[in-house]
Design a protein. Structure first.
Length: 72
């Protein structure tokens, strides 16, 4: 199994829901497939991770923000 890119590891660490919240994780993976397979965006630049964050926020704002709220 190939080793994860450092940027991917950093992004996953900054997103505590990844791997824990099935809805957000599956949506992030769907965005990944769309970006890499349909839109031709490389999975390594900041643009890629920013786009995942932006689309997740737009689609699942309340669920996404609960992981960053101090009032959980």
């Amino acid at each position: 199994m190939p080793e994860a890119e450092p940027k991917a590891v950093e992004w996953a660490q900054q997103n505590p829901w990844f791997g824990e919240d099935p809805m957000l994780t599956n949506f992030a993976l769907k965005i990944h497939r769309n970006l890499t397979e349909k839109e031709g965006v490389s999975a390594t630049p900041d643009k890629y991770y920013n786009e995942i964050d932006k689309r997740l926020y737009r689609r699942h704002k309340k669920r996404y923000l609960k992981y960053y709220s101090h009032n959980n």
